[in-house]
Design a protein around this ligand. Structure first.
Ligand code: NOJ
Length: 442
């Protein structure tokens, strides 16, 4: 089949992972800058410079143009535009994003902009961060400012990316800000979902009607390794905690009885305000789905696996299950009677440290196989009318893979973190050719 002309073919990045320029032009630190400064991540010294996109956006733009994408998913660094978290805008930061969005549009590339990709200003963390309900208003103010500034030139906004990361940061400690408190984690992730709703409300009141809004949630669907009763129970439990916690309230069902009673039994139930359910359940223009693989549940190993939640660990124990994209889209459509377009906002393969090279070119054949498999099942889903409206590969280039620093590489393009030169991997050529063959009804 061929894809419609307006199908979005893109690549994704996030501010904290690529920008660098951590202290430049009035930007204040985010909680990830602090986490890195405390050496709680690998290659902490790379965080302040990352891929240096803050100074080298023209390099990124050239790569995007050469790939032939018609959309670029990126995020805004809250502490670059609002160094105090709220209040006064930083004109230099604001100008940077305006230039980026305008040059993308000039090149025929539609910006798809996430407002919160895990990088809360550290000054707000010091006031309690996401565990403090005031964060809902802080985020509302920031979002509204972004809509007023940019919604005339940004056709797609996402409020938050992978809300599970906030839980990991407040309950499990392996992400910034590094707290280890279940109840705090539940409160933080709940507040984040309410903040999402608050931002959508602000969008409807202040954004240009030409712009659209959604959210990005990662779904790592559980499957039993063997369908024993124990495994089936574990599948249910892990599905509830790892992705239904987010999709249920956002897509209109409210928290499930299962999760509410599990958390209250465990003494970790968050406080839920009266208006919270209606705020979380906003009408959206699209749903952003990050899908990387499924997770096979084997009860004997489930204790270990729980430590790995957070969305960015490739669950490879059972191999890669390309059909995940088809299964999950079909499941969500049915479960929530979800009719809005679904964008695959992330899909990609991480390689640990070394990737085989021939001369300058990384021979990442495994990544090509991975992408081919997912693209095949995405096409099949659309043939069956499941209405996937866009696909973004993660990621444009190797970048800071959060706690794993530069040790895990997801890029289609290689980044030299000392010189900031980039070099195309084999997978970049593959994706360029794939887009060319499928774009505009090709
Ligand atoms: C999840 C996150 O959204 C992104 O920041 C991360 O780098 C990728 N997926 C890969 O783990």
């Amino acid at each position: 089949m061929s894809y419609p002309n307006d199908f979005l073919w893109g690549v994704s990045t996030a501010a904290a992972q690529i920008e660098g320029g951590a202290a430049d032009d009035g930007r204040s630190p985010s909680l990830w800058d602090k986490f890195a400064a405390e050496k709680k991540v690998m290659n902490a010294n790379r965080f302040p410079t990352a891929c240096d996109s803050y100074h080298r956006f023209p390099r990124d733009l050239e790569n995007l143009k050469a790939l032939g994408v018609n959309s670029y998913r990126m995020s805004v660094s809250w502490s670059r535009v609002l160094p105090e978290g709220t209040g006064k805008l930083n004109e230099k930061g604001v100008g940077y994003y305006r230039r980026v969005f305008e040059s993308l549009l000039e090149a025929g590339i539609k910006p798809n902009v996430t407002l919160y990709h895990w990088d809360l200003p550290q000054c707000l963390e010091e006031r309690g961060g996401w565990a403090n309900r005031d964060c809902i208003e802080w985020f509302g103010e920031y979002s509204e400012k972004m809509f007023r500034l940019y919604s005339d030139i940004v056709p797609y906004f996402a409020t938050v990316n992978e809300p599970i990361a906030t839980y990991v940061g407040y309950a499990k400690g392996s992400f910034a800000p590094g707290h280890r408190d279940e109840k705090l984690g539940n409160q933080a992730r709940h507040n984040l979902l309410v903040a999402h709703g608050r931002a959508v409300e602000a969008f409807r009141a202040s954004a240009s009607p030409s712009s659209k809004i959604g959210i990005v949630i990662d779904v790592w669907k559980r499957y039993p390794k063997i369908p024993t009763e124990k495994n089936m129970e574990a599948v249910r439990d892990e599905d509830e905690r790892n992705w239904k916690f987010y999709t249920d309230p956002v897509l209109g069902k409210g928290y499930s009885d299962y999760i509410l009673s599990a958390l209250s039994r465990e003494g970790t139930l968050m406080e839920i305000g009266e208006r919270d359910y209606s705020l979380m359940r906003q009408k959206l223009d699209f749903f952003g789905l990050n899908v990387y693989n499924r997770v096979l549940v084997d009860k004997d190993k489930s204790a270990k696996k729980r430590l790995l939640q957070g969305g960015n660990i490739q669950e490879a124990a059972g191999g890669v299950y390309h059909k995940a994209v088809y299964d999950v889209v079909k499941m969500l459509r049915g479960m929530y009677d979800l009719r809005i377009p679904i964008l695959i906002t992330e899909n990609g393969k991480g390689n640990y440290v070394f990737e085989p090279r021939l001369g300058k070119t990384v021979r990442d054949n495994g990544r090509i196989e991975y992408l081919k498999g997912f693209l095949h099942w995405m096409e099949k889903a659309n043939d069956e009318g499941l209405n996937i409206a866009g696909y973004y590969a993660w990621s444009l280039m190797d970048n800071i893979e959060w706690s794993a620093g530069t040790m895990v590489k997801y890029g289609l393009i290689r980044t030299n973190f000392r010189t900031f030169e980039t070099a195309w991997k084999k997978s970049a050529y593959f994706y360029r050719d794939y887009i060319a063959a499928h774009r505009c009804g090709g």
